[in-house]
Design a protein around this ligand. Structure first.
Ligand code: AMP
Length: 547
């Protein structure tokens, strides 16, 4: 076959920041720092300092493929590491600080990280772990000399001193685009975390999908608040996509409570915010408690919700109280993470809000680059009729083919598809809707009940702060749904009124057999409901008519 006559330029992460520094040099990166104040810089500053960082790592013997870890919130220094480390050909390993310390120890040792960069908040954690991390040659605290902590961490280095000692004279090396760029471990609820190793090519292609109109539709006119952490799937790829299109980025640092997020949205005139439902719950509760008027105070136009299902009631609240459109999205660490985005089609133009919310509840259509199908237990494809639900399989250039240091064992089936572990339907317009994790579906008399659909319906009750549904053993039906509810502060709600509220909103045989009330629900390190832990907590629970 004859080759095309096009230039063969590798898709490298360094090219993103070079582009931003050249064509969007004044676009701002605004960060709430761990030290306290708001910090402002530009893509040009990030580029310059990322080069200083690359020089600092090079003089310390860091070379291609070496792993450099971070334990850090969203902020400009973390962004410099994104570009400095990957740009020089090393691998940026972002660690989720909410994992158990033993898991962090495991993954640093598994990745054999050479340097660990960390925010001031994590000094006690690093003090506790340092001795158990033999591969780490230096612990770099991401601050200046003035804020250097008194601590017992060995081989301690100061970030600003590292940079000050270097010039920004550095040429980004050119290499094969399939080279590893960054590493993120999934926080699986069972077993050891597994490493997903992204490449330069996968990260750049993913950024294009994020910027596209039917992707997340971001551009230079956007001010995007990254509530989603940079330690969770590269903040959904936003630090890369932002540089690609010159979007203004706002980084909240460690302050993710409702008040701090609201203030940032207001003061920085945020137009787009991205995060998981648990942080939006905190924001909505704050707005209610303070009787705020977001429509008047804020410029928010869109909220991207992913990581867990965006309940209908949440999309409605953002629409009516904030005047903001919820863009529901789905993906996973293994997918960089973007898989589907719920944008509307022309035919939805005349829809009422009620009808539109019915679309927004779905996780959306596949972005180009993601092939997607649903299959039954035998692997046979199921129809896209919005009814048949099956295992969701995906294939594409930013989807993993195997886990780090697990080489040889492919994560894919014979046709190259990756099983997401999710169960979903796909309708005739291509909208995918997650009904459950395959581990969490409730099997009642041979039929499946969607715990997500029940949770989303329950959260619509004005007295419900959060809801989870698990399968409880049943002598006749094998399993039946048990609804576990956290009431909003000061609200009264009992079993009967909860069940009455659900009646008519879900198929009658899906109605939970019982409702339990708790003070709080357990969450995973990425803010999802911890269903495994819930099932353990309710192991001895017996449903009323099975007692
Ligand atoms: P993680 O790798 O931690 O990002 O988790 C990925 C998993 O989160 C997916 O496989 C889904 O089970 C779940 N998930 C992500 N986005 C959504 C969503 N919009 N709705 C429901 N579940 C989601």
């Amino acid at each position: 076959m004859p080759k095309g006559l096009m230039q063969d330029r590798p898709l490298l992460i360094s090219s993103l920041i070079e582009h931003a520094a050249c064509f969007h040099p004044h676009a701002e990166i605004v960060s709430r720092t761990t030290e306290g104040p708001i910090h402002r810089c530009t893509y040009a500053d990030i580029h310059r300092r990322a080069k200083q960082l690359a020089n600092a790592l090079e003089v310390r013997g860091v070379g291609p493929g070496d792993r450099i870890a971070t334990l850090a919130w969203n902020g400009y220094r973390h962004m410099e590491l994104y570009y400095g480390v990957s740009g020089m050909g090393a691998v940026l390993h972002t660690i989720n600080p909410r994992l158990f310390p033993e898991q962090i120890e495991y993954i640093v040792n598994h990745a054999e990280d050479q340097f660990l960069f960390f925010d001031l908040s994590f000094v006690p954690l690093v003090e506790r772990l340092a001795k158990a991390l033999p591969t780490v040659r230096g612990f770099v605290v991401m601050t200046d000399r003035e804020h250097l902590p008194e601590c017992s961490i060995p081989r301690l280095l100061c970030y600003e001193e590292l940079l000050d000692a270097q010039t920004s004279d550095y040429l980004w090396p050119q290499f094969d685009e399939t080279t590893a760029s960054s590493l993120c471990y999934t926080s699986g609820t069972t077993g050891n975390p597994k490493g997903v190793l992204y490449s330069h090519r996968s990260s750049v292609l993913h950024s294009w999908a994020a910027c596209a109109t039917d992707g997340l539709a971001i551009g230079a006119g956007e001010t995007a608040l990254l509530v989603v952490p940079m330690f969770h799937v590269n903040a959904w790829g936003m630090p890369y996509a932002g540089a690609m299109c010159g979007a203004r980025l706002v980084m909240p640092g460690p302050a993710l409570d409702g008040k701090s997020v609201y203030q940032l949205m207001r003061d920085e005139k945020v137009t787009l915010a991205l995060g998981v439902p648990t942080v939006w719950l905190m924001l909505l509760q704050y707005v209610d408690a303070e009787r705020l008027t977001p429509k008047e105070d804020l410029c928010l136009r869109r909220v991207v919700i992913g990581g867990s299902s965006a309940p209908r009631a949440m999309s409605e609240r953002f629409e009516t109280t904030f005047g903001a459109f919820v863009v529901h999205a789905w993906g996973m660490t293994e997918m960089s993470p973007l898989g589907t985005v719920c944008n509307l089609l022309p035919k939805h133009g005349g829809y009422t809000l009620e009808q539109r919310l019915g679309i927004q509840e779905k996780q959306g259509r596949a972005v180009y680059g993601v092939e997607m199908k649903i299959v039954d237990d035998d692997g046979a494809s199921l129809p896209h009729d919005g009814m048949a639900s099956g295992h969701l399989l995906v294939r594409g250039p930013w989807i993993t083919c195997g886990y780090y240091r697990d080489e040889g064992t492919s994560a894919l089936d014979a046709a190259g598809f990756f099983d997401t572990g999710d169960v979903a339907t796909i309708d005739a317009d291509g909208y995918m809707q997650i009904t459950d994790r395959s581990k969490d579906v409730i099997k009642s008399g041979g039929e499946w009940i969607s715990s997500i659909a029940l949770e989303n319906a329950a959260i619509g009750h004005p007295a419900v702060a959060e809801a989870a549904v698990i399968g409880a053993p049943h002598p006749k039906w094998q399993e039946r749904p048990l609804l576990i509810v956290v009431r909003k502060p000061g609200q009264a709600l009992d079993r009967e009124s909860m069940l009455q509220f659900l009646a008519g909103k879900v198929t009658h045989w899906w109605l939970p057999d019982d409702v339990a009330f708790v003070d709080e629900l357990p969450h995973t390190a990425t803010g999802k409901l911890h269903k495994l832990r819930l099932r353990e907590l309710f192991r001895d629970y017996r449903l009323p008519h099975s007692r």
